[in-house]
Design a protein around this ligand. Structure first.
Ligand code: AMP
Length: 542
């Protein structure tokens, strides 16, 4: 017997219709490539999304054709999120920090028909367009009079002219909610990147989950600042979640330095911001240097890499800002866990609460997780036993784009490649990426734990722990450190700093100072490049 409720498919167009109708005057504020601050609202975003749909019809784009974006966070990118997917085309977000060769590879693999790009990236497009035969139309995200001259890019049009020629009357099509909505490629630290093809259904269920109170807790009273880029996993689903909740949205554009982010938070009275630790480090550095305070910020979501303890306590104790530590992956849309306390943990003392809050958190309802040993046997949730972390749920990948024959799943579960513990209350803690964990004398050392101690030293800007070959112990950890500008620190001082903070056998054998730690396209430390840099290095005494 079937239920007797209306069978409305879960479509992205329903989100923009909701935001337009119920939160129409809700503001969307963007710092633009042009340098100014631009203001619009949900009514205008919805209207222009319909113009995009008409423009894609005028280009004779069939359903499911891919429309790519190479753009910062801003209102035009937001309009494309809704206009492209809503009209049953697939929004393919491209990462501008990729090497041009890799970018061309991805455009070709996805068979993009249209590419919309911020003018910042004109040189990048000029370098790759001739290698991208599937692209019929290049759209520069600018006014007609700002169209890059003499770029040599064929079939180039300005976004405002392209969209402005179209009517804003359009009826969003109704189709199967399992239809593809957007496409994002993984960072591809090993081999070619892999495409993750989200559906309308997965995107909507994920958007609702982002809004939950014990998730990001978003409401119509919030102003949210996604510093996390819209080119990486749909900015953690925040553009969709903001439409669900009716939030004010504030976009940083290309300016992600501490000063610009601080000014935007204060100027727009942002209540919640989201980004990777490297961004918050720049913001905190700016605030500390200028003795600044926040007047509106209540929380920050930190994910993408482990949040260093020193960052969590600085936000909380110095600035009164709650840190929501979150974990996820491109393959998970991305939200998997968020760390918010349960009632009984409120009774813990400060140190006890901090210990919990540094974990990556509890599974959001919709995500199921387990840890297993090398033989696939499920391990206990005791907060100590670590194993490979597997997940499943309606917004988790089933198969990679154009790799349909080779399922990445193991008995229906997706192996995350992360190693983790889960405690009796369901709080998961990432120990490492499985390929980064240091195997020393049969025991595992968490590179994150080693990095966190170094990051707590006031002279350290960034620290990366890697394993080095050792004849007796297989591997021993060393810590590679970039110091803050003007700071001084010796190897011996840093090693002494480890005393009492970590077991002796987990303490790194050596410290290597470098001017900067290599960062990948999504702001994560590139340990592969770091290992390359360290070729020829030998441990002391080996
Ligand atoms: P990506 O698909 O590029 O977003 O990378 C996903 C990976 O980033 C995860 O598998 C983790 O290894 C790492 N990651 C994401 N969030 C966290 C976090 N809060 N703590 C530690 N690692 C994280």
């Amino acid at each position: 017997m079937l239920g007797q409720m209306q069978n409305h498919p879960l479509l992205i167009s329903s989100l923009i219709e909701h935001a337009e109708r119920h939160h129409g005057d809700g503001e969307i504020v963007s710092r633009r490539v042009e340098g100014d601050i631009h203001r619009t609202n949900w009514v205008t975003v919805a209207k222009r999304a319909r113009q995009i749909a008409n423009a894609l019809d005028a280009e004779k784009l069939a359903p499911n054709e891919r429309v790519a974006t190479l753009a910062w966070n801003g209102y035009r990118h937001l309009e494309l999120y809704f206009g492209v997917s809503g009209s049953q085309r697939v929004l393919h977000t491209l990462n501008p920090r990729l090497h041009p060769q890799q970018l061309a590879w991805i455009i070709n693999h996805a068979e993009d028909s249209v590419v919309c790009f911020d003018t910042t990236f004109t040189p990048l497009i000029a370098a790759v367009h001739s290698k991208c035969p599937t692209v019929k139309r290049w759209v520069a995200l600018c006014d007609a009079d700002k169209l890059p001259a003499d770029s040599g890019i064929p079939n180039l049009v300005s976004y405002e002219a392209w969209l402005g020629a179209q009517s804003s009357t359009y009826s969003w099509p109704v189709f199967d909610e399992n239809t593809a909505s957007s496409l994002c490629y993984t960072s591809g630290t090993t081999g070619n990147p892999k495409g993750v093809l989200y559906s309308h259904r997965s995107s909507l269920l994920h958007a609702y989950a982002v809004v939950f109170p014990d998730s990001l807790n978003l409401s119509a009273r919030d102003a949210i600042l996604p510093v996390v880029p819209m080119f990486h996993v749909n900015a953690w689903g925040l553009p969709y979640a903001a439409a669900v909740a009716g939030c004010k949205l504030v976009f940083p554009g290309p300016a992600m330095d501490g000063k610009s982010i601080y000014e935007l938070i204060e100027g727009e009275q942002v209540s919640m911001a989201a980004g990777v630790p490297t961004v918050w480090q720049m913001l905190l550095g700016h605030m500390q240097a200028g003795g600044l305070k926040f007047s509106s910020l209540k929380g920050t979501v930190i994910g993408g890499s482990a949040c260093p303890p020193a960052m969590l306590t600085t936000f909380q104790d110095t600035y009164g800002v709650e840190v929501l530590h979150a974990w996820g992956m491109t393959e998970m849309s991305p939200l998997g866990t968020v760390c918010t306390l349960k009632n009984k943990q409120l009774a813990l003392d400060e140190a006890g609460r901090l210990k919990v809050r540094l974990k990556q958190g509890r599974a959001v309802c919709g995500v199921d997780m387990k840890i297993v040993d090398g033989a696939g046997k499920e391990l206990p949730w005791d907060g100590r036993t670590y194993g490979d972390l597997l997940v499943r749920g309606p917004w988790i990948i089933d198969q990679y784009f154009k790799a349909e024959g080779a399922s990445p799943l193991v008995d229906g579960w997706f192996p995350t490649g992360d190693v983790a513990t889960i405690d009796a209350d369901g709080f998961m803690q990432i120990t490492d990426r499985s390929k980064d964990v240091i195997k020393s004398g049969g025991e595992w050392i968490s590179s994150i734990d080693v990095e966190n101690v170094a990051m707590a030293h006031p002279a350290v800007a960034m620290a990366a722990c890697v394993g080095m070959p050792h004849p007796k112990w297989d591997e021993r950890p060393i810590v590679v450190v970039a110091l803050k500008p003007g700071a001084e620190l010796s190897r011996e001082e840093l090693l002494a700093f480890y005393e009492g903070k970590i077991a002796k056998w987990q303490t790194p054998d050596d410290v290597v100072f470098v001017p900067a730690i290599p960062l990948g396209a999504t702001g994560k430390m590139m340990k592969v490049s770091l290992r390359e840099q360290l070729k020829g290095y030998t441990l002391p005494g080996v």
